[in-house]
Design a protein. Structure first.
Length: 107
């Protein structure tokens, strides 16, 4: 079972086991990661599941769609080159150990 490491704004870190096929957003909301708001429920419409993907993992993710790129222009916290919407990151066995940093705000 793949594991995701969520680094919170207060420097706490949490390792959560994830099911392959789930999104990072689904894993976060199921396990009470409050920094992921996910207002639209994962429909890529709100950008309230913004995360910063650890630099070592960015190239392993599927490429960003135009829709995701557009939504990231409206995130509440600063958009960085490693910004992604966690609803668009699907867990695969190859992403075991994925590290994401949570922004200080989503709205």
């Amino acid at each position: 079972m793949p594991t995701i490491i969520f680094n919170r704004p207060d420097n706490r870190s949490e390792r959560i086991d994830a099911s392959a096929g789930a999104s990072v957003m689904q894993v976060a909301t199921t396990h009470g990661v409050d920094e992921i708001v996910a207002e639209c429920g994962g429909n890529a419409m709100c950008a309230t599941c913004h995360v910063y993907v650890d630099e070592g993992w960015v190239a392993r993710l599927t490429p960003m769609s135009e829709e995701e790129d557009e939504l990231l222009h409206g995130v509440a916290a600063e958009r960085l080159p490693n910004s992604r919407l966690s609803c668009q990151i699907k867990i695969t066995p190859e992403l075991d150990g994925l590290v994401v940093r949570l922004p200080d705000r989503q709205i």
